[in-house]
Design a protein around this ligand. Structure first.
Ligand SMILES: NC(=O)C1=CN([C@@H]2O[C@H](COP(=O)(O)OP(=O)(O)OC[C@H]3O[C@@H](n4cnc5c(N)ncnc54)[C@H](O)[C@@H]3O)[C@@H](O)[C@H]2O)C=CC1
Ligand SMILES: O=C(CO)COP(=O)(O)O
Length: 357
C-alpha cells in the first residue's frame, strides 16, 4: 500500500462547485439562491458563494445591505452569503453553475448576453416553466441552439415548488433532470437541505413539459374560481389536464411515468390548489372579466401560462396531439373566446372511453 496522501481529483479537491450564479432575483430565483446557501451551511461548506443577478439597483441594494428582497419575498431573511449585482457579465464571470430564473420569453436574450463569459464546463440549470413564443422551444432547446451547450451540462429543476413556502422552510420535494446522471446528482447534492429534497431523473423533456403545461391548466382552474365553479369542475380539469400533458410529453419522447411524478402530477396539484399560484390567480382574474392584457394592472409577477399558452398549442398542433383545455385557454387569452362560453368548451369533445386518451 502506498503511503502517499490522496491526490485531489482533476476537477479540484472540492466535490461540489463553489461559485454559483442565479440570473433573476424574483421570487423563485431568490428562494433558490437561499436553498443553495442554506444547503451549503448544513453540509459545513462555508466557502460557497451565491451571486444573484438583479435587473434593478434597488433590489440588488436591499439584498446586499439588508439581506432581504422586499419586492418579491417580503418578511424572509436571506443568508448573508448571498450577494447581488446588476452587472450581468460580472455576475457570470467564473461561475461554475448558472441558474436561469427569468421569464421564458427573456431567456434567449439573457443567454446571448452572457455567451462570451461562459466557461467550457459551466452547468446551466433552468428553473423556468415556459415555452418560447415563436419557436415553441423548451429552455433546454434554447440553451442548445443559443449556447451550443452540451446536453450533459444542462439540468432542469421542477416540481411542486411554490417559492414562498420554500422560503419559509416548509418541506418540499423536487426533481433535478439532466441527460447526465452525474450532473443531476451534482445539482441534487448542491440543493439538498433539511427542507428541500431533490430526486434525480434523466427525462429532461418530460420534466420541462410538466412544468410548462401545468401553468396553462392552472389558468383554467383559476377561471373556475373566477366563474364561481366548485371542486368537481376543478378536479375534472386537473385530471383531464394531466391526460393532455401526458399526451404531449409522450409525443415528444418523454416518459409517461414522469407525468405521474413530482414534476407532473405533483406540480399540477400544488399549482392548481394554491392561492399563492400566480397562474391560478391570473385565471381567476380572467374569470372575473379581466382581459389577458389587463393582468399586469392587477398582478406584478410572472404568470408563465399566459405567455406560453399559444406556444403550447402550436407545439401540440405540430405534434398532432389533442389538447382541448390548452386550446380553450389559448382562445380566452387571445380574446377569441369569452369566459361565459368557456364552461362547455373546456371539457367538450366527442364522447369517448376514458382509457382511450
Ligand atoms: N415563483 C415560484 O413559485 C416558481 C416559479 N417558477 C418559474 O421560475 C421562473 C421565474 O419565476 P419567478 O422568480 O417566480 O418570477 P418573478 O416574476 O417573481 O421574477 C422574475 C424575475 O425576472 C426578471 N425579469 C423580468 N423581465 C425580465 C427581462 N426582460 N429580462 C431579464 N429579467 C427579467 C424580474 O426582474 C425578476 O427578477 C418562471 O419561469 C416561473 O414559472 C418555478 C417554480 C416556482
Ligand atoms: O411553479 C410553481 C409551483 O411549482 C409556481 O406556480 P405559479 O407560477 O403559478 O405561482
Amino acid at each position: 500500500m502506498s503511503s502517499q496522501p490522496a491526490q485531489p481529483s482533476a476537477v479540484g479537491a472540492r466535490e461540489l462547485p463553489a461559485n454559483i450564479t442565479v440570473l433573476g432575483s424574483g421570487s423563485w430565483g431568490t428562494t433558490f439562491a437561499k436553498v443553495i446557501a442554506d444547503a451549503a451551511v448544513e453540509r459545513g461548506d462555508h466557502d460557497l458563494a451565491v451571486m444573484l443577478w438583479a435587473r434593478r439597483d434597488d433590489v440588488a441594494a436591499a439584498i446586499n445591505e439588508r439581506h432581504v428582497n422586499p419586492e418579491y419575498l417580503d418578511e424572509i431573511d436571506l443568508p448573508e452569503s448571498i450577494r447581488a449585482t446588476t452587472d450581468l457579465k460580472a455576475a457570470v464571470e467564473g461561475a461554475e453553475v448558472i441558474v436561469l430564473a427569468v421569464p421564458a420569453q427573456h431567456v434567449r436574450e439573457q443567454l446571448h448576453a452572457l455567451k462570451d463569459a461562459l466557461g467550457e464546463d459551466t452547468v446551466i440549470v433552468s428553473l423556468v416553466k415556459g415555452l418560447e413564443r415563436g419557436t415553441d422551444e423548451r429552455i433546454s432547446e434554447i440553451c442548445a441552439s443559443e449556447l451550443d451547450l452540451d446536453p450533459e451540462n444542462f439540468a432542469v429543476v421542477s416540481g411542486p415548488n411554490l417559492a414562498m413556502e420554500i422560503a419559509r422552510r416548509e418541506p418540499t420535494a423536487t426533481v433535478v433532470a439532466s441527460a447526465s446522471e452525474q450532473t443531476a446528482a451534482k445539482i441534487a447534492k448542491l440543493t439538498n437541505c433539511s427542507y428541500f429534497r431533490p430526486y434525480r431523473n434523466t427525462d429532461v423533456t418530460g420534466v420541462e413539459i410538466g412544468g410548462v403545461v401545468k401553468n396553462v391548466i392552472a389558468l383554467a382552474v383559476g377561471l373556475c374560481d373566477g366563474r364561481g365553479f366548485g371542486d368537481n369542475s376543478k378536479a375534472s380539469i386537473i385530471t383531464r389536464g394531466l391526460a393532455e400533458t401526458t399526451r404531449l410529453a409522450a409525443a415528444l419522447g418523454a416518459r409517461q411515468e414522469t407525468m405521474a411524478g413530482l414534476a407532473g402530477l405533483g406540480d399540477l396539484v400544488a399549482t392548481c390548489a394554491s392561492p399563492l399560484s400566480r397562474n391560478r390567480t391570473a385565471g381567476r382574474f380572467m374569470g372575473e372579466g379581466y382581459r389577458a392584457d389587463e393582468l399586469s394592472s392587477v398582478m406584478r409577477q410572472t404568470a408563465e401560462g399566459v405567455k406560453s399558452v399559444s406556444a403550447v398549442v402550436e407545439l401540440a398542433h405540430r405534434m398532432r396531439v389533442e389538447m382541448p383545455i390548452s386550446e380553450a385557454m389559448n382562445a380566452v387569452v387571445s380574446g377569441a373566446l369569452d369566459v361565459e362560453s368557456l364552461a362547455t368548451l373546456l371539457l367538450a369533445r366527442d364522447l369517448k372511453s376514458e382509457a382511450s386518451s
